[in-house]
Design a protein around this ligand. Structure first.
Ligand code: ZN
Length: 231
């Protein structure tokens, strides 16, 4: 008999998602920024200064956003759990009814729902309520500071790619080089992350590349409009 081996990879999605999002953001926002200023016919130095400023600003913004998001998620979850623990201590009968009601709504017959609630609560009352009432299957273990640093670092790594293209490409090829390099990096990253997560590789690569292309085309348009009107 074949062994039932089904690799679920959703657990891996947490950190992977954060890292890929950071790098994606870095590539798209810095690539677009650079294309916008390059399309407005800025000098090489001005483009690089803009790119570095964009990299630093973006990293800081990612760090701040991630810190606030993880910290508040953690706070909310802990408050929910504390309230649940208190309710379980103060009114266990009501909590049994509540859980049984949840199982009944999911399709269990009333008596069975009650029995399931009793047995699950005997083993781990708080865990049962967390899972089935609050929908918390896993407590937030991420450290906000660590999450902030990871986001900032992955954003900076992503941003460095189009910045390098801008730095080394000859002036007449600059816009194209930034666009092509950025889209190539985006596609590769999207493909790798999809493969790691067990999702269809090509679809993911294509999706992220199309969105990146839209972002860059838009800033290129704005940049060239500015050149016409200001230059
Ligand atoms: Zn409850």
């Amino acid at each position: 008999m074949a062994k039932h081996r089904e690799a679920h990879r959703t657990q891996r999605i947490g950190w992977l998602r954060a890292a890929v999002l950071g790098a994606n953001d870095g590539i798209v926002s810095t690539g677009s920024l650079l294309i916008g200023v390059a399309a407005a016919q800025t000098t090489h130095d001005q483009i690089l200064v803009t790119g570095v400023a964009g990299l630093v600003a973006g990293s800081m913004s990612m760090a701040a956003g991630e810190y606030v998001s993880v910290a508040s998620q953690k706070d909310t979850q802990q408050a929910d759990i504390a309230r649940e623990r208190e309710e379980l201590a103060s009114d266990p009968e009501h909590e049994h009814e509540e859980l049984a009601g949840i199982y009944a709504r999911r399709g269990l017959e009333r008596g069975l729902a009650r029995e399931v609630a009793v047995q699950l609560m005997k083993k781990d009352a708080l865990g049962a309520h967390m899972r089935d009432e609050l929908g918390i299957s896993e407590t937030v273990t991420a450290n906000p500071l660590q999450a902030a640093l990871t986001s900032a670092a992955t954003f900076a790594a992503g941003a460095a790619l189009p910045l390098a293209a801008a730095a080394f490409a000859p002036a007449e090829l600059r816009v194209g080089a930034i666009a092509v390099c950025s889209l190539l990096f985006l596609g590769t990253l999207g493909g790798i992350s999809a493969r790691t997560g067990g999702a269809p590789t090509l679809t993911a690569a294509l999706r992220v590349t199309v969105w990146g292309a839209v972002a860059m085309a838009f800033t290129a348009l704005v940049g060239s409009l500015l050149r016409v009107n200001l230059g």
